[in-house]
Design a protein around this ligand. Structure first.
Ligand SMILES: [Mg+2]
Length: 150
């Protein structure tokens, strides 16, 4: 990556996670109780537990080697303050965050970000669904990386 690279990076289960929250946790709860219930449970966990960095060294290397990083999250906007706290705890820095909630990440990126100043745009996420919605919007205009935290 170079200084002309924009990195669009997911937050949860990519740069940070909470104790006990894994893909299996999400899948089992969504299957049993539905998405809304599961998200509320997750929000409770996120409000009451410290975030844990998944790969702090890898993250710092990525930051050093890219021009700009913007977080793109499916968290809802009312978690803005908490999200700033979580990110500064695991990275010691403040960041721009794009909140997508239940909307498609691909569509929100298209509507809100100007990618034209960058030679290269990299999208990183642990979720196949989000990787797909962004790929559907941008195709070859971006590079895609799936993060495996677990
Ligand atoms: Mg994620």
């Amino acid at each position: 990556m170079t200084k002309d690279t924009l990195v669009l990076c997911d937050i949860d289960e990519t740069v940070l996670t909470f104790k006990g929250v894994t893909h299996e946790w999400w899948n089992a709860n969504i299957e049993k109780h539905g998405h809304a219930w599961t998200y509320d449970q997750w929000e409770h966990i996120a409000r009451t537990n410290p975030p844990e960095a998944t790969d702090p060294t890898g993250f710092q290397t990525m930051v050093r080697n890219s021009g700009k990083l913007i977080f793109v999250t499916a968290r809802k906007k009312h978690l803005m303050r908490l999200t700033e706290e979580h990110l500064s705890k695991v990275t010691n820095q403040k960041w721009d965050v794009l909140f997508c909630g239940t909307e498609s990440k691909g569509r929100i990126i298209k509507e809100h970000l100007d990618l034209s100043p960058f030679d290269r745009v990299v999208f990183i996420d642990d979720s196949d669904r989000h990787l797909q919605t962004v790929r559907d919007e941008f195709g070859d205009a971006m590079e895609f990386y799936k993060f495996h935290a677990f």
